[in-house]
Structures are given as structure tokens and as C-alpha cells.
Design a protein around this ligand. Structure first.
Ligand code: NCD
Length: 307
């Protein structure tokens, strides 16, 4: 039972709980109108201290499609944080108004602090370069639907593996399934952080390798998970400019990829996937966007204990 729980990091739910969530997501996807009054009378608060398009809108549309309502702000200056209020105090107040909350904040650990103070279920919509568990739900559901399984997959992660929180969360989540092999493709400077390498990859004895050349490994992949270089987390602009176009997936490179490989990306995309790839049937990043809304509907329902 997920009722009353928080979702702060991907391992907060068991694989069985995730499975139930995916079954519910698929049911909603099949017959969305059957769920249009499930959260009538409930309010979701969206607290976005960092920019967002998909995460915020997909949460908001998810709640609206369930018949609930939404309050919230976007941008640090739009809340009392601008006056110096702590996250703990803001969440104590939000807990008086809303039934469930989602928070995105530039500081690692902020969602955990929020969850300890709100008194209502809190969902982490991304905490700095740390974790992004609802993108992970979206990614897992997409993998399950597109590849038919969550085990025995060779998954290539490419781009900014240092700061990309969607990468950290998805690696953590996939590490629980059998036969997953991680191929980590990045420039030297953007390799996965120590907490991912030590706690997850080595700690859980995962099969993994770290490479700099994408073309060498492309023919062997089941999934290619592309990411943007996270400009806002760099200490200086020069490094960003030097590294931002390290990998660009285009039609020509796609010729080397297996026919049944899928390309994923949490979006937003900058240059790392040429638009010409969008019409390749293996491109699934806009399918992810759609899946993301349905899995968030299932998540809100489950945390609020709705049937
Ligand atoms: C990601 C994020 O915010 O971490 N976006 C998203 O939520 N889909 C990825 C990114 O910003 O690069």
C-alpha cells in the first residue's frame, strides 16, 4: 500500500509496488475517462523553485484529469523563500492547504526536508543534481511498454552523467533488476559521481563499464538514454561550452544502432539529438512525455489511497 507515503528517491517503493503502479498507469491510459473523478475535492500543491516544463505540467494535468485541483508557484522569487523562509516552514503551511505536494528545488536533500515537515505526501520533482524519481517512473514504464521487460537489458547512458539527476535515479532503480548492464558514455569530466559508482554500481555488484566513445558501443545497446549537459550546475561557462556538444546523435549514427534499440531522453533536449532522429521509430522521447502524465496520475491516486 502506498497510501500516505512520500516519494523522495527511487528505492522508496519496492519493485512489487512499482509493478502495481505500472498496471494502474496502463489501465488509466486505456480508459482515462473512467478516472476523471477519482480525486474530486483533492488539491495538489506544486512548489517549483527551479525551472520546469514537463514535470510541473504533467503533475498539474495529471491532477486535473483526476478531477482534483492545483495550487502552486514556479520560481524562487514567487514564494516566501524570497523573504528568507525555510523549506520546513513553507511545507508546514502547504500541509494546511493541500492534500499532496510536489517540490523541485536546486538543493540536494530538499525534498527529504520537505517530506519531514509537510504532514501530507510529498513527491520529489528533482532535488539539485541528486535524484528525480518521477522521471524514473516515467522511464521504467516506457522501457516496460517498449521493450516488454525491465530485466536483461544493456542500457547506455550518454552525456552529462555527473550532474544528470535522471541518470542517477534510473541507474539506482534499474540496479534492482536481473541482468542489467550499464554502459556509461561520457567525457572524462562528466562521469557518474562517486555516490553512484560506489553505492550503486560497485556496492550492488552491477555489470558496468565507462567509455568515452559512443560509436564503439552503439551497436550493442538495447536502450540509449541521452541527456543534456546541465549548464545550470556548472561552475564556469567555459567548461560548459567545451563539453556541451560532446555527443550529438544523428541519422548517420542511428544507422549503427540495432533495429530494436530505443532512444530515450528525459527532455529538454538542446543539441544532443538532431531533430531528424525524431521521426525514426526508435525515438521514444515524446512517448516518455505521454507516459509521464499517466504514471503521475497513478502515483497521485496511490499516495492519496484512491481506488
Ligand atoms: C530533467 C530534469 O529536470 O532533471 N528534466 C525533466 O524533468 N524531464 C532533465 C534535464 O533537465 O535535463
Amino acid at each position: 500500500m502506498l497510501k500516505g507515503k512520500n516519494l523522495i528517491e527511487p528505492l522508496d517503493f519496492t519493485t512489487e509496488e512499482l509493478e502495481k503502479l505500472f498496471v494502474l498507469s496502463n489501465k488509466i491510459m486505456d480508459k482515462p475517462l473512467d478516472f476523471s473523478e477519482c480525486c474530486k475535492g483533492d488539491i495538489l500543491a506544486t512548489l517549483f523553485y527551479e525551472p520546469s516544463t514537463r514535470t510541473r505540467f504533467s503533475f498539474e494535468t495529471a491532477m486535473l484529469r483526476l478531477g482534483g485541483q492545483v495550487i502552486g508557484f514556479s520560481g524562487e522569487n514567487a514564494s516566501s523563500a524570497a523573504k528568507g523562509e525555510s523549506i520546513a516552514d513553507t511545507l508546514k503551511a502547504i500541509g494546511c492547504y493541500a492534500d499532496i505536494a510536489v517540490i523541485r528545488h536546486p538543493k540536494e536533500g530538499s525534498a527529504l526536508v520537505a517530506s519531514k515537515n509537510a504532514g501530507i505526501p510529498v513527491i520529489n520533482g528533482g532535488d539539485g543534481g541528486h535524484q528525480h524519481p518521477t522521471q524514473t517512473l516515467t522511464d521504467l514504464l516506457t522501457i516496460k511498454r517498449e521493450k516488454g521487460r525491465l530485466a536483461n537489458l544493456r542500457v547506455g547512458f550518454c552525456g552529462d552523467l555527473l550532474f544528470g539527476r535522471t541518470v542517477h535515479s534510473l541507474i539506482r532503480a534499474l540496479s534492482r533488476y536481473e541482468g542489467i548492464e550499464f554502459i556509461l558514455i561520457s567525457p572524462e569530466e562528466l562521469k557518474v559521481p562517486e555516490f553512484v559508482r560506489n553505492d550503486i554500481l560497485r556496492g550492488k555488484d552491477c555489470k558496468y563499464c565507462e567509455v568515452t566513445d559512443m560509436l564503439d558501443v552503439l551497436p550493442q545497446l538495447d536502450i540509449l538514454y541521452m541527456t543534456r549537459v546541465q549548464r545550470e550546475r556548472f561552475f564556469n561557462e567555459e567548461d560548459y561550452i567545451r563539453l556541451k556538444d560532446s555527443y550529438i546523435l544523428d541519422e548517420e549514427k542511428m544507422l549503427l544502432a540495432p533495429k530494436d534499440m530505443i532512444v530515450m531522453h528525459p527532455l529538454p533536449r538542446v543539441n544532443e539529438i538532431s531533430v531528424e532522429v525524431d521521426t525514426d521509430p526508435r525515438a521514444k522521447y515524446f512517448v516518455q512525455v505521454k507516459n509521464g502524465m499517466y504514471v503521475r496520475m497513478a502515483l497521485i491516486m496511490s499516495l492519496l489511497g484512491k481506488k
